[in-house]
Design a protein around this ligand. Structure first.
Ligand code: WAQ
Ligand code: MG
Length: 635
């Protein structure tokens, strides 16, 4: 591809405002011009009244390519010390009159180009003393145009210095920026490389200039100038700029962030459970009542489920060996999906590796740029991330507020879109108004998507979830859920029409590019779903426990309501919530404090999660302990 030199120059009242140049392949000309024009139009010195862009084709064979000069930074206390470094540099070039040369720098201050100085006679060789000699027609080597940024003094200077150092008869260069805020300058030569000197002038001084140090015959001056002005040069391997000072710890931002998290009482750490996930767990060598698990039906410990998973483990081994579309699809996977579709009364189902991936993969494959997603403000992070990653426009409506949703649907008409919501909200435990949600979606010709992570196995007469809860009178187009909560296993799923599932298999990247879950995991889910179907009394026990526990707390004067296994007990302050949770841990109750960013700042809470296998006595004891500690802490 041909190369072009592009030069931009902006001026006002004949005075220079800014200029810049690049060398780019022909297919980068348009974006490059765009970028240079923006730069010229938005300079802090003001709006130009003239801006020119000159585009010139360069013969590729004529281009010289050099490695960037090696960079060394010298840290100095002030510009006097900086000029001492310049003095040393000049002497190292076997030039005797260093002080006189440094004094000459001040004569460059009004020039647009550089002084071309004979270092032995101190004669000025530039034909136009007011303008000076400009080095042009050079650029850094790169494959794509970098994003437009503020002027990067170093990046531009290293290119210029490298070209100048290679010019015939030039033995070195001195440079001070004319930017009043930029006090770092440099001295450069092929031998020494690029010597960054951190202070070469006092801050605030507009004095800057360049001297190209020349040693050679008069008859060769023209050759030097034409090299500086016309020889196309590409500079390769520009080193990343390390700011002056001792080498920076590249992980320092981690310390800062962690300290910040600690300061705001938002630090999280892992807790280690030393037993199976059940109503009772072993934690730090102590038996605790588990009130934080999403395994609401306590399915991960059911004997029939474990036995079947063990049998499949013996038959199929421990892993799936590939993605579903390559080797990771077994008859167990397919049987589970058939079972899921039957359980949720849809045509088909598809399993993903986690609920998080199911949301991400589904939303991003269904929605894209130009589409609109209407999303409840309290939706789970995986829905939010899916929306963001889809690049669709996102309209957030008030929590479970169908009037607000309807208003926003009217205000944001779109050709293609989706409404998405949790069925049971993970931090508040309340239930979506599904009938109106589905009606609105249909009315506005939008897809409806519901996340059944916390409703499956919990609500509805036989634990089928939100559709059953509303008497099977309405259903969303996309019904997503998880196998890791009430089903006691692992994975996420989507239920819907056969066409939807066919599409997801072909488009959902989180499905296509994940090694599938093992047959053992699939077997556990499959058996657990069968068990839930055959044992509705387990679901009823959970629902009874929910009523009982809320009743216990209400009797203690706490304003607690929930129809789901998630029972939020509001504390407010982040630090207090952590203290209460710690006190409950000490008393043997494993119950989590939920804080920002999972919930809004200042709405920290205890979040009790119930299980079907909790006994009345256990729940009564937990309610007593919670009420007691809240009273003690005056919450
Ligand atoms: N050719 C010759 N001289 C030039 C050119 C050019 N293309 N461009 C600028 N000059 C002269 C002119 O007299 C300016 O006043 C002077 O150089 C300084 O130019 O490693 O920003 O563009 O961080 O202000 C050094 C970076 C930055 C040090 C230098 O120069 C570092 C800088 P400025
Ligand atoms: Mg400048």
């Amino acid at each position: 591809m041909s190369l072009y030199s592009i030069k931009m120059r902006a001026s006002a009242a004949k005075k220079h405002i800014s200029g810049s140049e690049k060398i780019v392949p022909s297919n980068q000309i348009a974006p490059c011009v765009d970028q240079l024009v923006r730069r010229g139009m938005s300079h802090s010195k003001g709006e130009p009244d003239q801006l020119s862009v000159k585009i010139t084709k360069i013969e590729e064979a004529s281009v010289l390519s050099f490695d960037a000069l090696p960079v060394r930074t010298v840290e100095v206390d002030d510009h006097h010390a900086g000029l001492d470094e310049i003095r040393k540099f000049i002497r190292s070039l076997n030039i005797s009159r260093a002080d006189e040369i440094i004094a000459l720098l001040s004569e460059t201050y009004a020039m647009r180009g550089a002084m071309l100085l004979d270092v032995d006679t101190l004669e000025r060789l530039e034909p136009d003393r007011e303008r000076g000699v400009r080095a042009t027609c050079m650029d850094a080597q790169r494959t794509i145009l970098p994003p437009e940024m503020e002027k990067n003094h170093f990046a531009e200077a290293i290119v210029l210095a490298t070209k100048v150092a290679h010019a015939p008869n030039i033995i070195g260069e001195l440079c001070i920026s004319d930017d009043p805020e930029y006090v770092t300058g440099y001295a450069a030569s092929l031998e020494t490389g690029y010597l960054r000197i951190t202070k070469l002038k006092p801050r605030g001084s507009e004095n800057g200039g360049r001297i190209f140090l020349y040693r050679g015959g008069r008859q060769e001056v023209d050759k030097t100038i034409s090299f500086l002005q016309e020889q196309p040069v590409i500079v390769k391997n520009i080193p990343p700029l390390s700011p002056p000072g001792p080498p920076r710890d590249k992980f320092a931002f981690l310390d800062e962030a962690l300290q910040n998290i600690r300061d705001n009482h938002l630090y999280r750490s892992l807790k280690t459970i030393q037993s199976a996930q059940s109503a009772n767990v072993r934690y730090q060598g102590k038996d605790m009542l588990m009130l934080a698990s999403n395994d609401y039906l306590d399915m991960s410990c059911v004997d029939e489920v474990k036995a079947y998973a063990a049998q499949i483990l013996q038959q199929y081994g421990t892993g799936s060996g590939g993605s579903r579309l390559i080797t990771g699809n077994t008859d167990i996977h397919e049987r589970l999906e058939e079972k899921l579709a039957a359980f949720k009364h849809t045509e088909a189902a598809l399993v993903f590796n986690t609920g998080y991936v199911a949301n991400l993969a589904t939303i991003t494959s269904l929605m894209g740029k130009g589409d609109v997603i209407f999303s409840d403000e309290l939706n789970h992070a995986s829905i939010i991330d899916g929306c963001r990653l889809s690049r669709a426009d996102i309209v957030v409506y008030k929590h479970n507020d169908m009037d607000d949703l309807e208003r926003k649907l009217r205000e944001n008409p779109c050709a293609k879109g989706m409404i998405v919501s949790d069925a049971v909200f993970s931090m508040d435990g309340d239930i979506l108004n599904l009938p109106r949600f589905v009606r609105l979606a249909d009315q506005y010709h939008l897809l409806s998507m519901v996340d059944e992570a916390h409703s499956t196995g919990v609500i509805g007469r036989t634990g089928r979830g939100i559709v059953e809860y509303y008497g099977s009178t309405c259903a969303p187009d996309v019904l997503m859920g998880t196998l890791s909560k009430s089903v006691g296993s692992e994975g996420g799923f989507v239920c819907g029409s056969r066409k939807l599932i066919e599409y997801l298999i072909n488009r959902a990247r989180g499905f296509i590019f994940s090694t599938s879950l093992s047959p053992v995991t699939m077997a556990a889910s499959l058996k657990a779903l069968e068990y839930i179907e055959e044992h509705p009394e387990r679901v009823h026990a959970l629902q009874e426990n929910i009523r009982f526990f809320c009743g216990c707390l209400q009797q203690k004067g706490l304003d607690v309501h929930s129809e789901t296994a998630i029972i939020p007990i509001l504390v407010g302050d982040e630090q207090k919530a952590v203290e209460v949770s710690q006190a409950l841990f000490d008393a043997g109750f494993f119950i989590s404090a939920i804080r920002y960013p999972t919930v809004e700042k200042g709405s920290a809470r205890l979040r009790a999660a119930l299980m079907a296998t909790h006994t009345r006595a256990q729940l009564q004891a937990a309610a007593d302990a919670i009420a007691g500690i809240l009273r003690e802490k005056e919450i």
